[in-house]
Design a protein around this ligand. Structure first.
Ligand code: BT5
Length: 308
């Protein structure tokens, strides 16, 4: 959305304004105001013309402008009805120098999980990728994955879902351990500095559980449909709040963790680690107490073992 269009929306959010007032406030012509208002109507915003001027009567349910409007985080939203993978679009934007852009889609036709697994992304979900350029070393990148899981869990709990986090990146419903959301973080960087980072979040919001793989669930199935616009804004706002505060991320992560205190089996590149998960440490390592020693696991697939 252009800056002028957003400024018009923000002005109208405070109450009706005449075209002349808007033109004066924003230093554009009245014809330009009229064009922007028409464009907003095309996007699904309700803008009525009355005696007091233009009044904002309705905000579209979802989409780029809808999420951008009222978002309290410094991200620019780019929306696609349908795209193979928001992470792929975000990577291309990142390679072109983009920063603080969020690519959002209603449907992904080639959604990806970790290790090139497929990620089912039917209409009604929240599929988004955030492009960041943090001034930090590549080794600290896992904290962004944790921050995304914290943001999703916070929003899910506010929506009435008893959600928690399975290390490192799965948001699950606590009592069933069915998967509600996943995070895929990708980056490019040099030895000492990240060049760009793409944090992809897949949230099964208003989708039928039948349209998801076995072991997955949705907010719709657990707590009913959510306002995707508000939910997406909450996720982005919490993510933005915590992303540069590793201690806050770890504290929230520990509070939400379903993995800590559990017997786990983690498949790592160096083999299997089985033991009790006792903590998570910066920048996202799981600390596992095995019968022989205490191990720090930096990456891998984690399975919660049932108590014997
Ligand atoms: C993840 O991978 O959990 C990361 C998922 C990230 C998806 C987002 S959507 C926006 C952005 N664009 C992308 O293309 N990707 C990101 P992983 O831990 O590897 O889990 C993948 C496994 O979860 C699959 O092998 C399936 O078993 C299962 N799965 C597939 N689709 C699912 C869904 N919608 N909900 C829950 N589980 C699913």
């Amino acid at each position: 959305m252009t800056d002028t269009r957003l400024a018009i929306l923000e002005a109208l959010a405070d109450g009706p304004r005449t075209g002349t007032d808007l033109a004066g406030e924003l230093d554009v012509s009245r014809a330009a105001v009229w064009k922007h208002v028409e464009a907003l109507r095309d996007q699904g915003f309700g803008v009525e013309s009355g005696d007091d001027g233009y009044a904002l009567t309705d905000v579209p349910e979802y989409g780029g402008d809808a999420v951008q409007f009222g978002l309290e985080a410094p991200f620019e939203i780019q929306f696609h009805e349908r795209t193979p993978s928001t992470n792929d679009v975000a990577r291309a934007l990142a390679a072109d120098g983009a920063k603080n852009v969020v690519v959002l889609a209603d449907v992904q036709t080639g959604g990806r999980g970790r290790l090139d697994r497929a990620w089912d992304s039917p209409s009604g979900g929240i599929w988004l990728s955030v492009v960041l350029r943090p001034d930090s070393p590549p080794a600290t990148v896992p904290i962004y994955t944790l921050a995304a899981a914290v943001a999703i869990t916070t929003a899910a709990r506010e929506a009435g879902v008893d959600a928690g986090i399975k290390w490192p990146n799965d948001v699950l419903v606590r009592h069933t351990e069915a998967k509600l959301a996943g995070v895929l973080t990708e980056m490019e960087g040099e030895a000492d500095r990240v060049s760009w980072l793409v944090v992809g979040m897949g949230i099964n919001a208003n989708v039928d559980a039948d349209d998801l793989p076995e072991g997955a669930t949705s907010i719709r199935a657990v707590a009913g449909d959510v306002d995707r616009r508000v939910f997406t804004q909450r996720v982005l706002e919490v993510f933005d709040e915590v992303r540069s505060e590793p201690d806050a991320v770890l504290e929230a992560w520990r509070e939400y963790a379903l993995t800590l205190g559990r017997e786990v089996r983690v498949e790592t590149a160096d083999g299997e680690v089985v033991g009790t998960a006792v903590d998570v440490e910066h920048p996202g390592a799981l600390v596992v107490e095995t019968p022989d020693d205490r191990r720090r696991v930096h990456a891998g697939d984690c399975e919660h073992l049932r108590p014997v």
